[in-house]
Structure formats: structure tokens, C-alpha cells
Design a protein around this ligand. Structure first.
Ligand SMILES: [Zn+2]
Length: 317
């Protein structure tokens, strides 16, 4: 890894020397991935450019940053992340870039869920201990905070305050935009609660490729029966024993269907569905938006689509 970082730094020096310094009218807020990018765009409005590293339908867990990303971090007016160990690659490239840009950790005011390896997917094997040792406790926390709309309201407040600190002349714009967006998020949250109410409680059970719905389940009254992968899509595939245990859990829970995801899937989930005798539902938008013409083009759209799709699929036959 250190060899790659040295390469990044070398490249950065070359690129920086031939790139003009940003001006007040040329500000960029850099964001780690698409879902958060849309949330940030709602706060900043049109006056400031938002640059998102990991785009639609792409897996932010598995992203490999480019030398150009290091330049973007170095020149950013502000950087917005999820935190909670979601973007270890960004932490590394930020450090390597020598950037002094303020980093707004949007989850900072939230109460994180601790990952329970027994409840969600398989535990990470020791094979990754060397690579992940630096992550410390963050690795134990679930970073998928955005699937709870109330969390996103708190995140918007954190992002708003961080952006005002970085760009005080835009304070009024950021406050107005946030107030409008928070009202939309409140409405979204209420809609989800109403929609979930019409799903019988014993059918509010989720099986997905990776463990992304912990906060969603906690907020909206679902149970995550199990996942093929753990809380990250990175890491080792589950063992045969773990697959057998997941298949048994699916049979026991009597769920009619399991869900694939728009940004990451293994052929393992097909095998699990076949073994458990359940169908595979349409893909949910989990760790990424969809393309601009899709049902998951924005955070608000992806959440509505997900709950509608769950409701149809879980009501089954
Ligand atoms: Zn994830």
C-alpha cells in the first residue's frame, strides 16, 4: 500500500504544478459516494460544484482512488464523508495528498450500531487482519446510516454547519436549502412508516447480499435474517458452513424472497436462493444511487423505490 501512496504523492506534485489554484467562484465540495453526493447537492444548491468519487451503481466499499482524486482532495473547499470506517480508501488518499481541506464527517452526530457478526453475515476472517488493523474500532461499526431517513436529517444538519464554516458567505443559501430538504426528508420518513405499516409484521424480514439494512431495520421495524456477505462487500466469501446456516435461517424465517443490490452482487446469492427455495426480488438501491433515468436517481427516489419493492416482494403469493 505504501508504494501506491508514494506513487500518488509523486503524481500529485506533477499535476498540482500545472493546475491553477481554485478561486472563490470555483469552489468544489468533494463527496465520497453517490448517495451522499445527492444529499450534499441538496444542501449546497447550484452555486458550488459537488464532485463525487464513487458514482451510481458502483460499490464504494471496493473503490480504488486515482491520482486525480488526490488532486481533487487537495484543492477541495470541503470534503464530505460518511465516516464509521465506510471509506478507508479516502482516509488513506487524503493523508497521502497532504490536503488541508476541512473534512465533514456526516455521521458524527449519530449513534452508530455495532456490527453483530452472529446476526448479520459472516465474520471477517483473520486473513484480512494485516490490512484492516489500522481501522481499529471503526471496523466494528455499521456505516450504512443513510437507510434511516431520520439519520439523514441529522446528517444534513452536520453537513450544513460544516459547509457554513468552510464557506461563511454562503450561510444563508445553505440554511434555506437544508430547511427545504429536511422537510422533504420528514415527509419521506412518514411515508415509509405508513408503507411499512401495511406489511404484516411477520413478513418484515430481509435477506440481502451484504449487510446494509441495519439502520433501516432498526428504524422501520424489520429483521435482518441474514446476509451472504458481512457489513462490507470486501473480504472473504462465506464458508460452506456459513452458507448452509444462512439457507437454514431463510427456510426457518419463511421469507418468500431475498434481495439483490444495485451495486454489488455475488453469484453466491443465486445459490442461496436456489438452496433455500425462495425467489430473488428486484435489486434494491443500497450503497449507491442508480443512473439519472432510474428509479434510484436520487436519495428520496431510491428510498421510496426500495420500500415499494420490499412491500410487493414480501407480501408474496
Ligand atoms: Zn455497504
Amino acid at each position: 500500500m505504501s508504494r501506491i501512496i508514494r506513487f500518488f504523492v509523486g503524481f500529485l506534485v506533477v499535476l498540482s504544478s500545472c493546475t491553477a489554484a481554485p478561486t472563490a467562484s470555483n469552489r468544489t465540495v468533494v463527496v465520497s459516494f453517490s448517495v451522499l453526493g445527492d444529499i450534499v447537492e441538496n444542501v449546497v444548491g447550484d452555486a458550488t460544484t459537488v464532485k463525487t468519487f464513487v458514482g451510481p451503481d458502483s460499490d464504494a466499499h471496493a473503490y480504488e482512488p486515482t491520482p486525480q482524486d488526490a488532486v481533487a482532495l487537495e484543492q477541495a473547499t470541503a470534503v464530505v464523508t460518511i465516516g464509521l470506517g465506510f471509506e478507508p480508501w479516502l482516509d488513506e488518499i487524503y493523508a497521502a495528498s497532504g490536503s488541508k481541506s476541512p473534512v465533514i464527517v456526516s455521521s458524527a452526530a449519530l449513534k452508530p450500531i455495532k456490527v453483530d457478526p452472529a446476526a448479520g453475515g459472516h465474520a471477517d476472517e483473520e486473513g484480512h487482519a494485516e490490512e484492516e488493523a489500522h481501522a481499529g474500532d471503526a471496523e466494528e461499526l455499521d456505516p450504512h446510516v443513510w437507510h434511516d431517513a431520520q439519520n439523514v436529517i441529522t446528517m444534513v444538519e452536520t453537513i450544513r454547519d460544516g459547509l457554513i464554516a468552510a464557506m461563511p458567505d454562503q450561510a444563508e443559501t445553505f440554511r434555506e436549502n437544508s430547511t427545504r430538504y429536511i422537510a422533504e426528508l420528514q415527509q419521506l420518513d412518514a411515508e415509509i412508516v405508513t408503507m411499512v405499516d401495511s406489511i404484516p409484521a411477520e413478513r418484515r424480514k430481509l435477506v440481502t447480499n451484504h449487510d446494509t439494512f441495519g439502520y433501516f431495520a432498526q428504524r422501520y421495524g424489520f429483521v435482518v435474517v441474514g446476509t451472504v456477505l458481512g457489513v462490507s462487500t470486501e473480504g472473504n466469501d462465506p464458508s460452506a458452513t456459513e452458507i448452509v446456516a444462512l439457507t437454514a435461517a431463510i427456510r426457518e424465517s419463511a421469507v418468500p424472497t431475498i434481495f439483490i443490490e444495485n451495486m454489488s452482487n455475488s453469484s453466491l446469492i443465486d445459490n442461496v436462493a436456489t438452496e433455500a427455495g425462495v425467489t430473488i426480488a428486484p435489486a434494491l438501491y443500497t450503497d449507491a444511487l442508480g443512473s439519472t433515468d432510474s428509479d434510484g436517481s436520487t436519495y428520496l427516489n431510491m428510498m421510496r423505490y426500495n420500500v415499494t419493492t420490499m412491500k410487493t416482494a414480501l407480501q408474496g403469493k
